[in-house]
Write a protein of this length. Structure first.
Length: 391
C-alpha cells in the first residue's frame, strides 16, 4: 500500500516543524518534499515508541495508518536487527540498521554545506534516504554511497531506483571509502565512529569537508565532527551531540563484568575511598557534555551507569587496555560516595580529575571541543587546536 506524500498531513506537518526548529533549512525544503522517507522504509519496521521507551514493530499491511504516522514522525526507526540474522516481529538484540530522525538527517546535511555539482561520498547507505537527498541536491553522477551489508544495499538500491534517484551504490567496507570516484568535495558518514579512517582524508580534496558522528568508547554517545581537510590532516569542531549505530568494524567488544570483578571476592584487595562528587553532578545523561568530555580526557575507559535500586546507584568503570576497574556507589541522602578501585590504573582517580578539569574550564559544551586527525593519530582540543591532547 502506498499513499501519495501530498495526501499525508503528517508529512506536511513534519516539514513545517523541521523548518520552524531550524533543522530543515529553506534551501533543503525542496529536497525534503521530493525525497519521501516512507518510500525508503521496509514494510515491517520498528519505530521508537515513547510510551514504552522501546522500539515496537509496525507492519504497513496490518496497520497502514500507524505505519505512515511513524514514517512521518521525527523519530528513529530500526530497520534491521543483529546484522540481518534476526527474524520475526519482536525486536532483536542489537539494532544494526535504521532510518535516522529527519531532524538529524537534515542538520547533518546543513553541516555538510554541499552544493550542486559537488562530488559526495555517503558512508552507511542504510535505507538509502540520505543518499537520495544528496542525489536530489547534487545530481546522480556526483554521489557515491557505500554500505557493508549486501542485503541492505540491494534494498536501498531498489528504493532509490523506484524514486528515480540514481547514485552509485557500492557494497563495501566504509572504512576504505571508495577510490573509484575520488577525490570528493564532501564525505558524510551516518554511522558512529571511534576513528576517522585515513582513507577518507586521502580521498577528500584539499579544502573539502568530512562530517561524521564521532566519539570515544567511554559511552555510546557521539558528537558530529565537521572536519576540513588540508595538508593530509582533517581538523574542526563538534557541532552537536548525537548517537548513531556504530561502524561494524569499530564496534566495542567489552569483556563481561566477571572478567574484571570475579563473583567471589572480586572486591578483595581493591582500594577503598570516598568522593564528594555528587550523583546529580556526575550522572547527567548521554547527550550532555560531561560524559563526552570525560571520554576525551580519559583514554581506554568505559563507563556503565547502573539503574538505581533502593536509593543506591553504582557507576562502573572498566579499562580497555587491562582489567583495571572502579566502582563509585552513590546513595540518596549521603554527602560522600564510596569508591573501590583495582588493577594497574586508578580509573576513578582519572575520571574525577577529568571531571574537575571540565569544571575548572567552565563546563564546556560539545561545540567548544574539536578534533584533529592526521598520520600521528587523533587529538582533541578545547577552543584552540594548538592546545591538544591524544585521544
Amino acid at each position: 500500500m502506498t499513499i501519495d506524500p501530498l495526501d499525508r498531513p503528517g508529512r506536511t506537518a513534519l516539514g513545517r516543524i523541521l523548518l520552524e526548529a531550524g533543522a530543515l533549512s529553506a534551501d533543503w525544503a525542496s529536497t525534503f518534499a521530493a525525497v519521501d522517507r516512507a518510500g525508503f522504509l521496509p514494510d515491517l519496521m520498528w519505530p521508537f515508541d515513547p510510551r514504552r521507551q522501546a522500539p515496537t514493530a509496525l507492519s504497513v499491511t496490518d496497520d497502514p495508518d500507524a505505519w505512515y504516522a511513524a514514517a512521518d514522525s521525527d523519530s528513529p526507526i530500526v530497520t534491521q536487527w543483529d546484522d540481518g540474522e534476526h527474524t520475526g516481529t519482536e525486536p532483536g538484540t542489537v539494532p544494526t540498521s535504521s532510518s535516522s530522525m529527519p531532524s538529524v538527517v537534515y542538520t547533518l546535511l546543513q553541516d555538510l554545506a554541499v552544493d550542486e555539482g559537488m562530488a559526495v561520498l555517503d558512508l552507511g547507505t542504510g535505507t538509502g534516504e540520505t543518499a537520495g537527498a544528496l542525489t536530489h541536491r547534487c545530481d546522480s553522477g556526483k554521489v557515491t554511497t557505500v554500505e557493508v551489508d549486501r542485503s541492505v544495499s540491494r534494498k536501498a538500491y531498489e528504493r532509490l531506483c523506484a524514486a528515480g534517484l540514481h547514485p552509485d551504490v557500492v557494497v563495501g567496507d566504509g572504512v576504505k571509502g571508495h577510490t573509484g570516484n575520488a577525490p570528493y568535495d564532501r564525505i558524510l558518514a551516518t554511522v558512529g565512529l571511534r576513528e576517522i579512517p585515513g582513507a577518507w582524508i586521502e580521498q577528500t580534496r584539499s579544502g573539502g569537508v568530512i562530517v561524521a558522528p564521532w566519539g570515544t568508547h567511554y559511552t555510546d554517545a557521539d558528537a558530529v565532527a565537521r572536519l576540513v581537510v588540508r595538508g593530509g590532516a582533517a581538523t574542526g569542531r563538534f557541532t552537536r551531540p548525537v548517537e548513531f549505530m556504530k561502524l561494524r568494524a569499530q564496534r566495542l567488544s567489552l569483556p563481561g563484568h566477571g572478567e574484571y570483578v570475579p563473583a567471589e571476592g572480586g572486591a578483595d584487595g581493591a582500594d577503598a575511598s570516598t568522593t564528594e562528587v555528587a550523583e546529580a553532578e556526575f550522572v547527567t545523561g548521554q547527550y550532555t557534555a560531561l560524559p563526552f568530555a570525560l571520554g576525551l580526557r580519559v583514554r581506554d575507559c568505559v563507563q556503565v551507569v547502573a539503574d538505581k535500586r533502593d536509593g543506591a546507584r553504582p557507576v562502573w568503570l572498566y579499562g580497555l587496555g587491562d582489567r583495571s576497574w572502579a566502582c563509585v556507589l552513590f546513595r540518596d541522602g549521603e554527602k560522600e560516595a564510596r569508591v573501590w578501585q583495582a588493577g594497574g590504573r586508578r580509573l576513578w582517580d582519572e575520571v574525577e580529575a577529568a571531571y574537575r578539569w571540565w569544571i575548572d574550564h567552565g563546563r564546556p559544551e560539545h561545540t567548544r571541543f574539536g578534533l584533529t586527525v592526521n598520520d600521528a593519530g587523533h587529538r582533541a582540543w578545547l577552543d584552540d587546536p594548538a592546545d591538544s591532547w591524544a585521544v
